[in-house]
Write a protein that binds this ligand. Structure first.
Ligand SMILES: Cc1ncc(COP(=O)(O)O)c(C=O)c1O
Length: 495
């Protein structure tokens, strides 16, 4: 039966209908659908409630790293390249790079032969790999049957690139890390989704050393397969060495657990006895067979050679690991700068290295002792003083509130043109699940004695002013902070 002209539906206005369904936000039905739990769009805008986190469709903002956050807050308080001489940057995660007493001259020019205009191999220039292997054999493996060769070395464009190359080839396994540790582990452990990060908290009572007995138990009961740690450790300035380090390497060997030791501060150790100057720390000393012990070392020119801008670093380990890293390097970073790899070769000469180490240890020990003494005079006694690195892990718990938390102490020092790093950034927490006030790092800041002594004094003077004001009462603290500038960009100052 056909419809009569009177009950026929009105014609659809198709043009109008198309206009309305262009975007979900134009449709109430779609909006209602999206409001239901679990219906939020993934990979499409809008993903979050904070407009600063929006990028473009499909891109998830990684959040601001500690480096960017601290630089942004410093800039909001007037820090700029032009004004940087007025500031004390005790947040700095790099050593001073200029001449220090008795250090060998740094190269002023580098040559760029035509071959170096080509890509370098993703494992690095062979002669540099050989130089690294020789230096480790000379320093840590004299008289041992198993010696490193170039095949055990992969040159990488910086320590973080090395760590990322390693993380990219870790399989679907429990990967142990400790709190506190180097800030970049947070993102590295979060970005490579196959590995499953498992935290352990280090305790002041253990001098922030990894508890080896507990780790042995965790390997057995939790099934840990990879352990990542910095040693010497950023930010606590502690180091495990000698028998303890030997035990850790043996643990890795006995339990076939891969130990990834980030040894970027291996020269920054501060001997008590004159004859110990010039010694450095590496697990390379305790490895039996360089091709079968599951031990991976990450180091480079960044801190020990005081050349952070060169971006020439290395990962060492069994041959098969190096071929795996060649693969991850071929899609992650494409290899380190070719001319600078060539220029690095003479810097690894063992005789030159010994002179560097001696001058570095004397100079940095002097700075460490100076800062510790001044902190003590300010009533800020460091509970676990650094034995290594150029960092002081300062516990603020005894200060009057609100100065007793790292984030507030940081803001108050910014008002005095001084940068320190709030402890929470070392609370490696790849899933960002924690309430900051519950973090074991919340009542800490990290002070760096990487910068020259004059800058350190400037920062300590600023701390003294804040503490003097605190004696008058704390009502001026905890508020009136400058708002951040519009577009946060990291300064070159690395934490
Ligand atoms: C423990 C540790 N590993 C690696 C690095 C980073 O090295 P790079 O600057 O060469 O990426 C740092 C720098 O702060 C560090 O503290």
């Amino acid at each position: 039966m056909s419809a009569t002209p009177t009950n026929r539906p009105p014609p659809l206005n198709l043009k109008h209908a198309m206009k309305n369904i262009k975007h979900e936000s134009d449709s109430e039905a779609h909006r209602i659908f999206r409001e239901y739990a679990g219906h939020a769009p993934r990979g499409l805008l809008p993903q979050t409630v904070n407009p600063d986190e929006e990028t473009v469709p499909g891109i998830q903002h990684p959040g601001s790293t500690g480096v960017i956050y601290c630089s942004d807050r410093a800039m909001a308080n007037g820090f700029s390249y032009a004004s940087s001489h007025e500031w004390a940057n005790l947040g700095q995660g790099a050593p001073e790079v200029g001449q220090i007493p008795d250090s060998p001259e740094k190269p002023q020019t580098i040559s760029v032969p035509v071959d170096s205009l080509e890509y370098a191999p993703t494992t690095g220039v062979k002669a540099l790999r050989e130089a690294v292997a020789n230096l480790y054999n000379y320093t840590y493996r004299k008289g041992k049957a198993s010696q490193y060769t170039y095949e055990n070395v992969c040159i990488v464009p910086g320590g973080r690139a090395g760590l990322s190359r390693v993380a990219a080839v870790i399989g679907d396994v429990y990967t142990s890390y400790q709190v506190p540790d180097y800030t970049a582990y947070d993102q590295v452990l979060g970005a490579f989704k196959r590995l499953v990060p498992v935290p352990t908290t280090l305790e002041a009572e253990d001098n922030y050393h990894l508890n080896i007995q507990q780790t042995r138990k965790d390997i057995r009961t939790q099934g840990l397969q990879v352990i990542l740690a910095s040693n010497p450790r950023n930010p606590t300035g502690q180091v495990i060495r000698d028998g303890e380090l030997k035990e850790l390497v043996e643990l890795a060997r006995d339990t076939t657990t891969t130990l990834v030791l980030d040894e970027f501060y291996s020269w920054y150790i501060y001997p008590e006895k004159e004859e110990d100057y010039g010694k450095s720390v590496s697990c390379a000393e305790f490895i039996d067979d360089v091709n079968s012990d599951p031990v991976v070392i990450v180091d480079g020119l960044t801190k020990n050679w005081r050349l952070p801008g060169w971006r020439v670093c290395w990962v060492m380990g069994p041959k098969n690991l190096i071929t795996a890293l060649s693969q991850s390097g071929s899609f992650l970073d494409g290899g380190a700068n070719h001319p600078l790899q060539l220029a690095a070769i003479p810097l690894l000469d063992p005789e030159r290295v010994l002179v560097e180490k001696l001058s570095l240890q004397r100079h940095f020990k002097h700075k460490r002792d100076h800062v510790l003494k001044r902190l003590e005079q300010l009533g800020l006694k460091v509970k676990v003083p650094p034995q290594a690195t150029f960092y002081i892990w300062l516990d603020l718990a005894d200060l009057p509130p609100p100065l007793n938390n790292g984030l507030t102490f940081f803001e108050e020092l910014l008002k005095e043109k001084t940068i320190v790093i709030p402890g929470i950034f070392f609370d490696i927490n790849p899933s960002h699940r924690r309430n900051l006030f519950l973090s074991p790092c919340h009542h800490f800041v990290r002070l760096s004695f990487g910068p020259p002594l004059e800058d350190l004094d400037k920062g300590l003077d600023a701390m003294s002013r804040v503490l003097r004001n605190a004696r008058q009462g704390t009502r001026h603290f905890g508020h009136s902070y400058k708002k951040s500038i519009d577009s946060p960009t990291a300064l070159s100052h690395h934490i």
